[in-house]
Design a binder for this molecule. Structure first.
Ligand SMILES: [Zn+2]
Length: 283
């Protein structure tokens, strides 16, 4: 399953025929991003209506096992990606794809394309054949050559790296989206299966979340309550029904104040614990 929402959206774009021929994915986790791209490739290539763990076709299986010759992954050969690796790719893609609709390449660590490899790459990106799609992945956008950046659609693909979440019964595939994290946190607070301060420690502190990530978290929470106030989402989560409707606005106000404090250089633990204390009056 695709973990990252932005990559999920790309599948829709593909089916709406709004797909670029080259993407630069800027990520904080190369292997997770690479896995998500592989999932995306299955979705856009599956001859059946793709469903999770597609069992209908041999093709998804072959993509999983890297057996499709029209899908090429390039990794740095030593410290960088060399010109001959790109030349090979070009040569290889001169034939039309057979099993799947597109020839697809994935370049892991695109910042390691050495200048001559990048030059070879440029023409390839600039004058793509109809059926070639490229995914360039990097954890270091600054070091990707500008000429490459300007020819790709750039997408930021971030993953949270949360440890200790087994404590919350969050499975590995599940916990990575901010939405899941927010829901688990709220559920924990409201149904009180964990002490709120403890929740703060495992979700925020032990994972060394930075201020920006915590702000994103509370921003998401803020908009969730917007939806709740407007009567949306409420039925989706059983535990939310425990909060009196009249309190939604008050809670949103608290979230707003927390966000405000987070923008200043206040002690994170204090702010987070204040949130728990104030929430406890309303849930
Ligand atoms: Zn399939």
């Amino acid at each position: 399953m695709i973990v990252n929402d932005k990559i999920k959206k790309l599948a829709d774009k593909y089916h709406e025929n709004k797909f670029s021929h080259a993407f630069l994915l800027v990520t904080n986790n190369l292997s997770k991003c690479s896995n998500d791209i592989k999932e995306l490739i299955k979705i856009i290539s599956c001859p059946n209506n793709f469903e999770e763990n597609c069992q209908k076709c041999n093709l998804c299986y072959q993509i999983d096992k890297n057996l499709i010759s029209n899908i090429v992954q390039i990794n740095p050969d030593g410290t960088n990606i060399k010109k001959n690796q790109i030349q090979e790719l070009k040569h290889f893609f001169m034939t039309k794809p057979i099993l799947i609709k597109n020839n697809i390449y994935i370049i892991n660590s695109a910042e390691k394309l050495n200048p001559s490899a990048a030059n070879t790459m440029l023409k390839f990106i600039e004058e793509p054949e109809d059926n070639i799609i490229g995914f360039l992945i990097t954890t270091n956008k600054e070091n990707v050559l500008d000429t490459i950046k300007s020819r790709c659609q750039i997408i930021n693909v971030n993953y949270s790296n949360i440890n200790n979440l087994e404590l919350l019964n969050i499975s590995e595939n599940e916990y990575l989206t901010i939405e899941n994290l927010v829901i688990k946190y709220l559920d924990g607070l409201i149904t009180k299966y964990e002490d709120g301060f403890f929740l703060n420690r495992i979700i925020f502190t032990s994972d060394n979340k930075n201020r920006k990530q915590i702000i994103d978290f509370f921003t998401y929470l803020f908009y969730l309550f917007d939806d709740l106030i407007n009567g949306k989402e409420i039925l989706k989560f059983e535990f939310l029904k425990k909060i009196p409707y009249n309190n939604f606005k008050k809670i949103q106000r608290i979230i707003f104040n927390i966000l405000e404090s987070l923008f200043f250089n206040t002690n994170l633990d204090l702010v987070l614990d204040k949130f728990v204390i104030e929430m406890e009056e309303l849930i």
